[in-house]
Write a protein that binds this ligand. Structure first.
Ligand code: CTP
Ligand code: ZN
Length: 153
């Protein structure tokens, strides 16, 4: 008997595939999908993948998330594939592209940084890929983050 793990196909919307295993909840956070959200979202964590061993998948029905918004995901899931679905078919497929500058996604670990002051300013970071590792450098205090996952707002 063949046993398959099935996550329903969607008729229309955005499928984010090949998310690093265990990172789907961070992806949702980056996309601003959380408590009280009205979107129809299905999600799978740590499912088997030929390419990645294990992966996460997020499907947001009836919504075409903008490319710039989706590229922010590359911070924590650099191999994510985006599939835009219409009438049950993949109409467009692309890989996320790491932005070189981001605003408001990460917080600065430096407690003395102006972004952590009593009247905070929006955090901004320069993003780089070095030896397959994403690093973020604070625009204000130059602090470098190497474990960006831990600083997603
Ligand atoms: N998908 C979906 N609903 C559809 C069509 C596709 O949820 N109506 C999902 C599939 O489950 C898959 C992703 O979108 O997770 C990409 O679909 P497809 O291109 O058909 O799969 P693959 O060829 O395996 O994709 P890739 O080559 O990117 O691995
Ligand atoms: Zn800073």
């Amino acid at each position: 008997m063949k046993r398959e793990l099935v996550i329903s196909k969607i008729e229309r919307g955005t499928v984010i595939d090949h998310i690093n295993a265990g990172k789907a909840l961070l992806v949702l956070r980056i996309l601003g999908i959380g408590v009280g959200s009205k979107d129809t979202v299905t999600l799978a964590m740590n499912v088997p993948s030929k390419k990645m061993g294990k992966k996460d998948i997020v499907k947001v029905a009836n919504k075409f998330i903008g490319e710039e918004e989706l590229n922010k995901i590359a911070l924590i899931a650099p191999k994510a594939t985006i599939n835009l679905i219409e009438s049950y078919e993949v109409k467009r497929k692309f890989k996320v592209k790491l932005p070189d500058f981001i605003e408001g996604i990460l917080r600065c670990p430096n407690r003395n940084c102006i972004t952590n002051s009593r009247e905070p300013v929006t955090p901004k970071f320069y993003i780089k890929l070095k030896d397959d590792v994403v690093t973020a450098k604070c625009y204000y205090c130059n602090k470098v983050i190497r474990n960006v996952d831990e600083f997603v707002i």
